[in-house]
Write a protein of this length. Sequence first.
Length: 509
Amino acid sequence: MNKSNFGFKLNRTVFFPASFLIFLSTGLTLLFVDKASNFFSVTQELVSKNLGWFYILGVNFFLFFMIYIAFSKYGKLRIGGSKAKPEFKNSSWFSMLFSAGMGIGLLYFSISEPLTHFINPPLGDGGNVEAASKAMKFTFLHWGLHIWGIYALVGLSLAYFTYTRGLPLTLRSVFYPFLGEKIYGIWGDIIDIFAVLATLFGLSTTLGYGVTQIAAGLNYVFGIPNTQWTQVLSIGLITFIATISVVSGVHKGVRFLSEWNIRITVILLVLILILGPTLFIFKSYIQNIGAYLTTFFELSTWTESYTNNNWQMSWTITYWGWWIAWSPFVGIFMARISKGRQIKEFILSVLIIPTLFIFLWMTTFGGAAIHDALLGETSVSQAVINNADISLFVFFENYPFTTLLNLVAIILVISFFVTSSDSGSLVVDSLTSGGAEVTPKIQRVFWAVIEGSIAAVLLIGGGLEALQTVSIVSAFPFTIILFLMCYSLYVGLKEDYKILELTETKLKD
């Protein structure tokens, strides 16, 4: 570990190369805005068409590997050793998991995605009952078990090698079983650099979605002009709030905001459940889960082989790239708060609890919007077609207390923006400081500012398409790392289970 002259506590061989690549890419984007926009468009199409199958293979493998580990003999091992105790109570733990792992995207896509699939489904005609069922199945695919399988893999691997093996809280530690002491050399540096880039660009994508929705909401509710500069100024203001939170650390700012996120989320959910088509929502919730499970293998392995459209490029492949790019951030943050959890408890909690909640959320908002569309209400559908950023706010027009609902939604998006930024800053800080859990405050502030700056530059240089592209591209090398991570985790668990068996045998004797 080195300490720079600027008061930073960091691993220079990760910090400086990662920072250079970030400044280079964002600088070139600002200098060549028009060319950058075209480059992002071409690159996104190229990567999606040629590597989409690889992402689909990967996310399925990671999910089933996690299910295997949970129900295998390794599931009874405990993160941090047999005597380790959880650091956070269950409610705080779940709040932080959910806020870091989902947040802004859940609000942005809760109306726009189900309605988009309902209007223009990838297969068959749109606007009918069959299209409604397909729309919810594809939405559940993109927001269901696969996401949390990726997060569980990274989170468990990092938590286990950090707290059970006593290695630094960085991605390189996961590869100790077959790299050994080499994790402290160039190979470990390369792994952590890729993790920093994937994390920052994955975060920027989420922040980009959030700020476009915030700006659209402010315009729709208060008439504030929705311009690119409004979005950039919003990023700056919210990044400032995030720096205050990140300086407070995990136990204060991050935990406090995460718990309030969940409270506000539940309040908004209950309001729509009460004010909306309540019976329809509960009935369709059960039916949607059943449809998702019965067509799970068909949906999750569909590669668009026998069609000529590019639907998957814009949706499934973009999502898988986004979640993979997002996984170092969520995984390290999960690891940071999960010491003392049993492996089976960790995996099943991460897979099932958020998934069921998200499915209820998507059914409540997206399902209710489709229900209205089937009855002839077209305003929300038109909003999705013309400007998806305002779809949530147009949806609220059909309910009492519209202004209150709009305000709650804007506050929630801002709050999720802040928690994503501050927890992301803590994660990148850990990666670039060699796994240190306590670092100078100025260092955490630096990364919070960098995250906001990347999101602003990419919005200027190519809009959301630019953000999607960098997520997809940065996810490719990290997908390979995740495959290696599965092997490394398996080897590590196998070694420690043998030690556990020997210990139990000696105690019996």
